[in-house]
Design a protein around this ligand. Structure first.
Ligand code: AMP
Length: 177
């Protein structure tokens, strides 16, 4: 992956100090999203990490994972499945609770979203403690999906989120801090 391309993404991500709580440096991706060329480049780089990998479904995690997940699904011709915060999905769901870098959360997926044996990629904007991705991995595995990759735009390495994810799962991050 070209360093110049990754640098372009990196400079478009804004650090917001003390949001949403004191002590948190929030990685604000909205300037990157607002730039059409960079949004396309991000999708291309996500797709590049998956070259040669067969995928049935892309799972996007509520809410910023929807943006990259849907763009990637369109690009590679896979279906898109939302993992949402509790109470948002209208059909029969299965859910799991977990803790965040700054709070508690509960995510859900439709029970019929993935068929047993389907090859699935999970996409989110950022890996912090790994609680969110870990919860989504559990949901996919519960439905019988095979996780072929978990892809992030950003990994906050100092939080060691990878340690909280299934060690058999392939994890990719475009940018690391
Ligand atoms: P975690 O479950 O701790 O890995 O947190 C990941 C989720 O929380 C992702 O969906 C991110 O969008 C969000 N998140 C956590 N920490 C940050 C941060 N410092 N900046 C931006 N988003 C964050």
């Amino acid at each position: 992956m070209k360093k110049e391309s990754l640098d372009k993404l990196s400079v478009a991500i804004r650090d917001v100090h003390d949001f949403p709580k004191p002590g948190i440096v929030f990685k604000d991706i909205t300037p990157l999203l607002a730039d059409g060329k960079l949004l396309r480049l991000t999708t291309e780089l996500f797709a590049e990490t998956l070259k040669g990998v067969e995928v049935d479904k892309v799972i996007g995690i509520d809410a910023r994972g929807f943006i990259f997940g849907a763009a990637l699904a369109d690009r590679i011709g896979a279906g898109f499945i939302p993992v949402r915060k509790k109470g948002k999905l209208p059909w029969k769901t299965t859910g799991v609770a977990y803790s965040l870098e700054y709070g508690e959360a509960h995510v859900e997926i439709h029970k019929d979203a993935i068929h047993s044996g389907e090859r699935v990629i999970l996409v989110d904007d950022l890996l912090a403690t790994g609680g969110t991705a870990g919860a989504a991995i559990k949901l996919v595995q519960e439905l019988g999906g095979e996780i072929v990759c978990v892809s992030f735009l950003i990994e906050l390495e100092f939080l060691e989120g990878r340690k909280n994810l299934d060690s058999d799962v392939r994890i990719e991050a475009l940018l690391t801090y």
